[in-house]
Structure formats: structure tokens, C-alpha cells
Write a protein that binds this ligand. Structure first.
Ligand SMILES: Nc1ncnc2c1ncn2[C@@H]1O[C@H](COP(=O)(O)OP(=O)(O)OP(=O)(O)O)[C@@H](O)[C@H]1O
Length: 531
């Protein structure tokens, strides 16, 4: 059996190999590699520093506990010198992979039992008896290391593997992602936030996998903001589930609007016909013209969207006493009575045209769902930051309140519309079940530092509408050149310089990262940046 371990230049390969030691992990029985020379050289100096430290990161775990999790003698000596998470991080590239992951989990606050269950037991072969015969040990370990080593028996098989789309996120999750995605169960709705590119969508996809595999007939609704995003979610879910049609058949991947449309079509027995944004604007223009009121069509459309539909107000009385948080100047009662007439006219015009709006379809779907059985066992919501309360009511109705009902991911910093939503008031209480992802997998640390410097003075409401959100601790493991800043006298000059720069990169053979951003048409952050 040959194992291809690295591809580097001739001399570098010798240096590399001389420093590496391959061993079998005693707990997972996987093959691991470590930089044995670096660990040996570093440990004595670190031991000295550790002797003077106030506390050590792994002090509360005994040698026996660590050994049971697969930590061997050399790593154990190094582990006893680690003071904090930053030092563990600095060690990461030197340590054997499974042992390193066990340590990361412990450092994140998981208990040894959880680590055994989530990291060791899932990898350890069911029939792992006592240590195998030494002559076979490496071969057995190679066969056991399915998360890092792929066995091929011939060139066709190798070609086949290289052709398949494969990305790291399908197999490797950072402990903070694994912790939220594979937690056995949550007592109610859970919210995952994080800056752009922190793997929220990846966590949502893995959660779907977890929910599907936990029970054989669970049905999951996975929603996102646009049809294009739903398309890429569907593709990635199929990759993650290895194209398993039985599992995929139990997930509906869609937008909230499309789901609401289906509910209404099914339960009302007739497909609604929502207008597009332009038609809606034209209808408000007609309302303003007909009534000759002192408000613009834009103001009325916003008031209708952010107050009337958001709070599901159906009578002038409820509107008179409604809160208008975030809507600017106060409107006294008399003004509100006056404002109700355009609302009524707009709705009667819709009725006359046998038309409706997307949000009204959602409101209708929520009403219908309130009077019928939930359609799914679990709802996973991606790109939650721009959902309207009417859409949240639909999602609330799609699943019965209780354990693992809603798993919500989003980034309030990427809101496109400035709508405030209080999830608690919509029956979606995430209190005590909010988590944040902090590692960006898409951009370099240099780009993040530069861009968060621009964003951080701006205060942003959190996802649940209960406080503000910050990007504290947001970082990247990737490194690159520092961003280059140039100023130009006109927009035209700026665009010309931009085109020249990008063309220069393309001519140098630099290509967009394939594992990086989604295609521009489906990527929220790209859409925001370019706009
Ligand atoms: N554990 C991981 N290992 C390697 N790559 C990862 C990991 N998690 C995420 N990625 C990659 O990082 C990129 C961003 O991930 P993802 O789209 O899930 O982030 P996001 O937080 O949903 O982004 P956005 O805020 O823009 O919606 C993707 O290319 C994804 O494949």
C-alpha cells in the first residue's frame, strides 16, 4: 500500500519527511502525522514558561482522561505546557490531527464525555479490539482514516475522485460549527449569527443532515432568501448527503414566499397571483392620485409594509393604537384615521384585480397554518436577517412549537432592508439559545481588519430585535497581502482603475477562489458590496 502524503519540491520533500512521524491514534485508530522535531524542540522552553503561569488550559483533565481520548505521551507533555487557546492555536499545525481536534473541543468547553461521543466514538471502528498486530497496524489505520485518507485501487478510481466536486466544509467543521450543528437537541428555537463568510450556511446544512439522520421519517423545511440561494443550498445539500435520494426526499429547500404560495394553493385550493414590486408601486401611485393625500406613495407603501402587515393590523382601531417603532415622526390619531383610507383603497384595488402581494400571501398562509397541522418536523432558516414578520409567522406555523422546531442562521450586519423584527413577539423565543460563529473562511485576516474598521462604528440591531450586534472576535485563519487603498477624482476614473487592476490580476493568472464565494448572483455579501 502506498500513501501519497504531500507534494513538494525534491529537497523540501526530504526535509519535510525527516521531521514527520506517522502514528496510529490509540482511541480513534486513525493514522496521524505530526511535526515531531518541532514539538520536541518547543516543549522544554514551553515547560519553563508554564511553570510560571497562573493557570493552564488543560489542568482540570487528568492524564488518564486525556489518554482515553487518544492523547499520547509526546503530545501529553506538550499539552501540559499550554496556557491558553491562543497557544493551542499556535501548536495546531504541529500536532497529530485527531488529538488536536480533541484538544480544540476541550478548549471550547465540551466535557470529556461529549468529546468522546462526538470526536472519538464516531471515528473508532465498531470492532476495534486490542491494538492490531504491528505489521498490520498502519494498513488498518490507513483504512480507518476515512475522513482524511481516500483509498484507491487504480487510475480510473483516482480520476473519478478528482473529478467529483469536493470541498473541505463537507467533512471538516470547526468545533464551534460542529457544536451548534450536531448538538443532539435544543429545547426550542436556536439562533446562529456571525459575520460574512463564517460558515453559517455550512452549519445550517450540517444541522439538516443531523436532523434527518436522527430519525427515519423526520421532514425538514430549509428556507433561504432568494430562489438563486435556494438553488445553491439544494446543490450543496445533495453533496453533503452524498446524493442520497431517500434523505433528500425528506427536505424541502425553498424560499419562504414559495413555501407560503404552496400552502395557500394547497389549502385554499387556488393558486394566488402576487404582483411584482413594480406593479405594487404603480398601485400605490394610483391610490395617492385618487385620494389626493399629503403622503407620497413611497411613504404609504412603507407604512403598509413595516407597520400594517408587520403587526398584522386588520382594523383602523388596531392601527390607531399600534407602535410605529423605527418609522420616524409620530402620527397622531386623527392622521392615522386618515391614513387607513389609502390602506383600504389599496386592498380593494387588489381585490378587484384578483391580485395580491407576496406578503399578503404569507399572511394568508400563516392564517391557514394556524388552523391546520404543521407541515414539517423541523425548520432550518438561512439568511434570516431580511425576513419580514409576515414571513416569520409562516415559519412559526410550519412547525409545532417545541424542541428543535427552528434553527435560524443570519447576519444582522448584512441586512438589505432596515426592518426591525422582534422574534420573541412572534412566538420565536431564542433566549439562552443564541450562538455566534467568529472565524471567516472566505477572506484574509488583512481584508477583515480593514473592512471591519469601516463597519464597526455603525450600530446594528441584533437578529431577534432585542439589542445590538457586534463583530467582536471576528477573524480569519487565512492570510494575504494588505488591502491597497487609492483615491480618484471621479467615479469614471475609479471604475477605470478598478477594471485595470482586475484585468492585471487575471493576466497574472489569478482566479477567483473556487471554494470561496458563491457565484455573484447568489451571494449576499457580493450583492451588497457591489451595490
Ligand atoms: N469548516 C469549514 N472548512 C472549510 N471551509 C469552510 C468551512 N465552513 C465554511 N467554509 C467555507 O467558507 C465559505 C463561507 O461559508 P458560508 O457560506 O457557510 O458562510 P456564511 O456565514 O453563510 O456566509 P454569508 O454571511 O456570506 O452568508 C464557503 O466557501 C464555505 O465553503
Amino acid at each position: 500500500m502506498f500513501l501519497l502524503v504531500n507534494v513538494v519540491r525534491h529537497d523540501d520533500a526530504y526535509t519535510w519527511a525527516a521531521k514527520r512521524l506517522y502514528t496510529t491514534n490509540s482511541a480513534t485508530r486513525a493514522l496521524e502525522v505530526r511535526n515531531v522535531v518541532a514539538i520536541e524542540q518547543l516543549t522544554p522552553a514551553l515547560e519553563k514558561a508554564a511553570a510560571a503561569a497562573d493557570s493552564l488550559l488543560f489542568a482540570k483533565y487528568s492524564d488518564t482522561v486525556l489518554r482515553e481520548l487518544g492523547i499520547d505521551e509526546q503530545v501529553l507533555r506538550a499539552v501540559r505546557t499550554i496556557i491558553d487557546k491562543a497557544q493551542l492555536k499556535a501548536f495546531e499545525t504541529l500536532l497529530p490531527e485527531d488529538q488536536c481536534e480533541v484538544l480544540q473541543y476541550l478548549a471550547e468547553g465540551f466535557g470529556p464525555d461529549e468529546v468522546y461521543r462526538d470526536v472519538v466514538a464516531v471515528r473508532r471502528p465498531v470492532d476495534a479490539g486490542p491494538d492490531p498486530d504491528e505489521s498490520l497496524a498502519v494498513a488498518v489505520a490507513i483504512a480507518n482514516t476515512t475522513n482524511r485518507i481516500t483509498l484507491v485501487t487504480g487510475p480510473e478510481e483516482l480520476a473519478d475522485i478528482l473529478e467529483k466536486p469536493f470541498t473541505a466544509w463537507q467533512v471538516f467543521l470547526h468545533p464551534s460549527q460542529r457544536r451548534v450543528a450536531y448538538r443532539v437537541s435544543y429545547g426550542g428555537p436556536v439562533q446562529i449569527t456571525g459575520g460574512p463568510g463564517t460558515g453559517k450556511t455550512v452549519a445550517a446544512l450540517h444541522r439538516v443532515k443531523h436532523l434527518l439522520t436522527r430519525s427515519p421519517d423526520t421532514r425538514v423545511l430549509l428556507t433561504t432568501y432568494t430562489n438563486a440561494l435556494a438553488g445553491s443550498l439544494r446543490e450543496n445539500l445533495s453533496l453533503l448527503l452524498d446524493g442520497d435520494d431517500a434523505l433528500l426526499g425528506r427536505v424541502d429547500v425553498t424560499t419562504v414566499n414559495a413555501y407560503a404560495h404552496n400552502v395557500v394553493t394547497h389549502l385554499d385550493g387556488k393558486a394566488p397571483s402576487p404582483m411584482n414590486d413594480r406593479e405594487e408601486r404603480q398601485l400605490w401611485q394610483r391610490v395617492v392620485k385618487q385620494l389626493g393625500l399629503p403622503w407620497t406613495e413611497q411613504f404609504l407603501a412603507q407604512e403598509y409594509r413595516h407597520v400594517v402587515l408587520a403587526q398584522d393590523l386588520r382594523t383602523p382601531d388596531t392601527y390607531r393604537s399600534a407602535l410605529r417603532r423605527g418609522r420616524g415622526r409620530a402620527l397622531p390619531s386623527a392622521r392615522r384615521d386618515q391614513l387607513w383610507s389609502p390602506v383600504e383603497l389599496f386592498e380593494s384595488m387588489l381585490h378587484a384585480q384578483k391580485a395580491t402581494t407576496h406578503l399578503k400571501v404569507c399572511a394568508r398562509a400563516a392564517d391557514l397554518l394556524a388552523g391546520s397541522a404543521p407541515t414539517h418536523d423541523h425548520v432550518v432558516v438561512d439568511e434570516a436577517q431580511d425576513l419580514h414578520p409576515a414571513q416569520w409567522r409562516v415559519l412559526r406555523g410550519a412547525v409545532a412549537p417545541g424542541s428543535d422546531d427552528l434553527f435560524i442562521t443570519g447576519d444582522p450586519h448584512q441586512r438589505i432592508y432596515d426592518s426591525k423584527v422582534s422574534l420573541g413577539s412572534l412566538g420565536i423565543s431564542v433566549a439562552g439559545r443564541t450562538h455566534r460563529l467568529r472565524i471567516n473562511y472566505r477572506s484574509t485576516e488583512e481584508i477583515l481588519i480593514w473592512s471591519t474598521g469601516i463597519l464597526s462604528p455603525v450600530s446594528v440591531d441584533d437578529l431577534g430585535g432585542e439589542g445590538s450586534d457586534s463583530l467582536a472576535g471576528y477573524r480569519s485563519l487565512l492570510h494575504g497581502r494588505r488591502p491597497h487603498v487609492d483615491g480618484y477624482g471621479s467615479e469614471q476614473a475609479e471604475v477605470a482603475a478598478l477594471v485595470e487592476r482586475v484585468e492585471g490580476w487575471i493576466n497574472q493568472g489569478i482566479r477567483p477562489s473556487e471554494s470561496g464565494c458563491a457565484p455573484a448572483s447568489t451571494c449576499c455579501s457580493t450583492r451588497r458590496t457591489t451595490s
